[in-house]
Every structure is written in C-alpha cells, then in structure tokens.
Design a binder for this molecule. Structure first.
Ligand SMILES: Nc1ncnc2c1ncn2[C@@H]1O[C@H](COP(=O)(O)OP(=O)(O)OP(=O)(O)O)[C@@H](O)[C@H]1O
Ligand SMILES: [Mg+2]
Length: 312
C-alpha cells in the first residue's frame, strides 16, 4: 500500500487585500510535505510575510483555505497554532524584558507554564549561544543575538513545523553557518518541517529541497530546487586559463559567446555546446584551463528570470 505523504501545510487559493486596496496575495496555492525544508522566495513586497502572518494569525486572510498538519485554521486556530513555531521578520519582543523571560512567557501563549517550559528554554538558548545572556535585557543584545532569541522563542513549545521569515538577515557569515547547522539538525534529526524565506539564494540552495517563488502576490514557480534549476539550459561559466588568450585564438569558440577578462574567459555552455567540447577547442588553440566556476549562482539566475519586471 502506498502511504499518502502527510502535509505540514496546505494553502488553497489564499487571497489578501489590505485595507486601502493593496492586493498582497492573489490566490496562492502551496503545499509542503512533512519533513521538508522549503524555501519561499520572492522580491521585496512579493507577499511572503503576508502569507506567514496569515499563518501565525497576525493578519486575517480575505479568502481561501489554510491548514497545518491537516487542521484548518478556520476550524481550530488554537490547535493549528500549537503545531507551528513562527520566527517573524520584525523583532517583536519587549526590549526591556530579559532574554529568558521572553522565551518562557511565549510558552504561556500555548498553555505551557513557565516551569514546564524551562528545560526547553534552557536547551534552545544554550544551543543558540544565548544562555549566558539569559538575565540580560533584550535591548542589550546585538542584532544577530536578537535573531537567535526569536528562534529560541519560536521553538519553546517544540513545534513540528517551524516557519522563519528572513532568519539570517543581518547575521554575519560565521553565525549564519552556525544557524544553518542548527536548522539542518532540527530538520534532519528531529524531523521538524521548515519553511524559510530569505533573500540569500545561496542559502536557499544550500539548505532547502523544495521551493516556491512568489512575485507580486502570485506563485510563479514551485517544485524541487534541483528540477527547477535543471530547466535552465544555458549556464554561465568562468575558466581561468594558463595565459591570456587573444581574440584570434578564440574564433572557433564563437558558439560559446566567449568574453575575455584578463587571463579568464567567461562562456555560455549548454547541451549543444558542452564544457568538454570547449576544453577540446581551447586545447587546440594552445590554451589550458586551470580552473572552472559558475559565473553566478544558478538559483539567482533562475530567480531573476522568473521575477523579471514586465516592462523590462
Ligand atoms: N499592513 C499592511 N497594510 C497595507 N499594505 C501592506 C501591509 N503589509 C504589507 N503590505 C503590502 O503588501 C505587499 C506584500 O508585502 P509583504 O510584506 O508580504 O512582502 P514580502 O514578500 O514579505 O517583502 P520583503 O521581502 O520586503 O519582506 C506589499 O505591497 C506591501 O506594501
Ligand atoms: Mg517580508
């Protein structure tokens, strides 16, 4: 018997028109399987936070259906919310409150006492490197620490589904990598489904399996990141050569649209004009390729293609 994949999130035809008339979501469909690591991508103002705020109950939807682990937010918002942890884009804790209190008080929102919540608060604050700061007022934390505090707070009730709205915005490279490891472990070892928004596409590619791209309130692409990238035929590649080529030596390479940048060469490769053919031609022209890399992040190129402004 084939077991049906369970859904952590199901969104059907969600619309949101804000007071004043902005149509932030124009009928969104989205489905996330349990255990997935999912990227919700889109340019500024696309509607990502609106969707997440509808999920967390901060914003009311205009129409459509939404369920978490099979529980509709219209039927039982409280039960649905218990299963989700949300880490919002904007810091929204009291800045004069102490770090530990912020995490413990959040538990009350789920009907969990401070005493019951203490072990989890301690565990997550420690894992996120904030336990020494537990008695410090939130206003004394750095921006990166505040982000991590919001993650600890979002996990205090051990949700099976964690939603993070730009968790790594303004976080330095080293801390970001630490956060990646933390989230990966949560997903892989604890089976927590994760939905993440980010403007760092390398981050989405590194962490996530599936994605949806939202543009002006509409989903313009969704599926396995690997499959979506495979639809990109042309790829821009940079080769470092053993010496600077002259234009004449590259006449046989015209199909690759070569562009010389000192001792490097930027080319376009695809199925018809493969990298191995290129290396052959370079070798025939007396040039040796020392190294090879992508000219731009592939997901970035895909994203730009899918979210291109109509007037461009
Ligand atoms: N409270 C509000 N009232 C009116 N319009 C709003 C409100 N919140 C957001 N909007 C509008 O809704 C649209 C979607 O905004 P949203 O914050 O969901 O985008 P986003 O994808 O999260 O963008 P970003 O990447 O900048 O965070 C934008 O046009 C925004 O101006
Ligand atoms: Mg946002």
């Amino acid at each position: 018997m084939i077991e049906m994949m369970k859904k952590a999130l199901e969104v059907e035809q969600i619309r949101k028109t804000y007071v004043g008339g902005v149509e932030a979501l124009k009928g969104i469909d989205l489905s996330i399987e349990e255990g997935d690591f999912f990227a919700l991508l889109g340019p500024n103002g696309a509607g990502k936070t609106t969707l997440i705020n509808i999920l967390s109950g901060l914003v009311s939807k205009t129409s459509g259906k939404l369920s978490v682990h099979g529980i509709s937010i219209d039927d039982d918002a409280a039960q649905a919310k218990l299963r989700v942890g949300v880490v919002p884009q904007e810091f929204n804790f009291g800045i004069f409150e102490k770090v530990l209190d912020i995490v413990l008080d959040q538990a009350g929102y789920y009907g969990i006492s401070r005493r019951q919540a203490y072990p989890n608060a301690k565990k997550y604050l420690a894992q996120l490197g904030l336990w020494e700061k537990k008695d410090v007022q939130a206003r004394e934390l750095s921006g990166g620490m505040k982000r991590r505090l919001m993650i600890a707070r979002g996990l205090v009730h051990d949700p099976k589904f964690l939603i993070l709205d730009e968790p790594t915005a303004g976080v330095d490279i080293e801390l970001r990598r630490g956060m990646w490891d933390f989230l990966r472990e949560l997903n892989r070892d604890k089976g927590v489904t994760i939905l993440l928004t980010t403007h760092y596409l390398d981050e989405a590619e590194e962490l996530c399996r599936n994605m949806a791209i939202i543009n002006r309130g509409e989903i313009v692409a969704s599926g396995l990141i690997r499959d979506l990238l495979a639809t990109m035929e042309d790829e821009s590649v940079i080769l470092d050569l053993d010496h600077a080529p002259d234009e004449g030596a590259l006449s046989d390479l015209a199909a690759f649209h070569p562009r010389i940048i000192e001792t490097s060469l930027e080319v376009t490769i695809n199925k018809q004009h493969s990298i191995s053919r290129l290396i052959q031609l370079l070798s025939a022209a007396g040039l040796e390729a020392l190294s090879l890399r992508n000219a731009s992040n592939r997901l970035e190129a895909y994203f730009l293609r899918m979210t291109k402004k109509e007037d461009e």
